[in-house]
Design a protein around this ligand. Structure first.
Ligand SMILES: [Zn+2]
Length: 419
């Protein structure tokens, strides 16, 4: 297939990962075209270059009439599988209850855990399929998905197996992460030493089973006040590493815990949130290959004023990525374009920096930058096409979905009606 007539084709080619001033390198080709063969990009260049290739003459042609082409988004942090929204808590939050107050009253994550344990696989799957269609409709072609609403052996495995089944049943790629250490479940909270017993269940039983079943690639911990301490997180992530699960970490969201420095020490793929990082944390992550994944959707939804210090991180040389953190409690959105708007207006990232953060750097954090995250020969033809003349209009029209078509491995998985 020959895709031609792009007013701007954002290739995102160049050095990986992107740090500092290179984050804004997005490799724009004006009047660009792409040749796709068997789901893989065969050629990228200007319309003249690509149309003159012998293979282009016989190819099926898609003329974009001046629309903008970019790599399909890589959403590197989601909690895809959950049973229901928490719209009832949304009102409490608006009225002034904090996230932690709601959690202490049995709301928050434990509310979602109760609902997930009661839900059938079919119900969960139906909800996830609907969400995946929304992700595709907003230009996302690969997403990471975490467990963490099961918090016992049967229910954590139920979620992780679903990641695998969903990956096989629908076109988007799902990268599975085990987040058994989301919070301590209710049945362990009432016991003396319950938290330690739960950590032991994770390290001695669940992690070995998850690894043996090959239902996750990564292991994550929510390291914060009300969740797990740095030393507990270390135990869990080290056990994960021993079983071949690469570490990721929820770090410095509500309080500064020291989780960012733990992520760096362990060589984690990513440390996510970072609203409360210190200067020393910024310096440490900037010197490392651990990606700093920012999730401004959470702060926006919770009405918090303190966003992660994106400019400081970028200027220090950290590898910055952006993701939705799609989840029912703090960030119910499947829209990377909305996150892109928030990154620009709240994190003061330029539109170019933000797109690199949500494609190539996010792909790097999922250890898939060799396959996805940029439009280059030999990479998967994961492509998002937007109905705008200039890519900067995508975040500019906040809350408006300008996605016109999404291709996964060269096949349309979303197409806007009536255009
Ligand atoms: Zn999260």
């Amino acid at each position: 297939m020959l895709i031609t007539g792009a007013s701007q084709l954002l290739t995102l080619r160049g050095r990986v990962p992107r740090r500092g001033k290179f984050l804004a390198d997005i490799g724009i080709i004006r009047d660009g075209a792409l040749l796709v063969r068997d789901g893989v990009i065969a050629a990228v260049g200007t319309r003249l270059e690509v149309e003159s290739l012998p293979e282009s003459r016989s190819a099926e042609k898609l003329d974009l009439g001046g629309r903008v082409v970019l790599p399909g988004f890589v959403d590197s942090h989601t909690h895809l599988i959950h049973a229901a929204s928490r719209a009832e808590e949304y009102e409490l939050k608006i009225a002034g209850a904090s996230y932690e107050e709601i959690a202490r009253k049995g709301g928050g994550i434990l509310n979602s855990v109760r609902k997930l344990r009661a839900a059938t696989v079919e119900t969960l799957k139906k909800r996830a399929h609907a969400a995946l269609r929304e992700f595709a409709a907003h230009g996302t072609t690969t997403l990471e998905a975490k467990s963490g609403y099961g918090l016992d052996v049967a229910n954590e495995l139920k979620i992780l197996r679903l990641h695998k089944e969903l990956s096989a049943e629908q076109p988007l790629d799902i990268v599975s992460t085990f987040l058994g250490a989301h919070v301590v479940p209710a049945e362990y909270r009432s016991k003396r030493g319950g938290a330690q017993q739960y950590v032991a269940l994770l390290t001695d039983k669940l992690i070995p089973e998850v690894a043996a079943e090959q239902v996750a690639e990564f292991c994550d911990v929510f390291c914060d006040r009300g969740a797990f301490s740095v030393s507990e997180a270390k135990k869990v992530l080290e056990a994960g590493k021993q079983h071949g699960l690469a570490p990721r970490l929820h770090a410095e969201q509500l309080t500064r815990s020291g989780a960012t420095q733990l992520a760096v020490q362990l060589g984690a793929a990513s440390c996510d949130h970072l609203e409360q990082v210190s200067r020393a944390d910024v310096r440490a992550v900037a010197k490392s290959n651990t990606v700093a994944t920012l999730l401004p959707g959470c702060d926006f939804h919770l009405g918090l004023r303190k966003y992660a210090p994106a400019r400081e991180l970028i200027e220090a040389g950290a590898i910055v990525a952006l993701a939705t953190d799609y989840n029912p409690g703090t960030s119910p959105t499947m829209s990377i374009p909305m996150i892109w708007s928030l990154a620009c207006s709240q994190l003061r990232m330029s539109p170019a920096e933000a797109i690199a953060a949500a494609t190539i750097n996010a792909a790097y954090s999922l250890l898939r930058d060799h396959k996805i995250g940029s439009l280059e020969s030999g990479k998967q033809a994961d492509i998002a096409i937007f109905d705008v003349d200039d890519y900067r209009e995508i975040p500019y029209y906040f809350g408006v979905n300008k996605c016109w078509m999404t291709l996964k491995k060269g096949r349309p998985v979303f197409q806007k009606a009536h255009t």
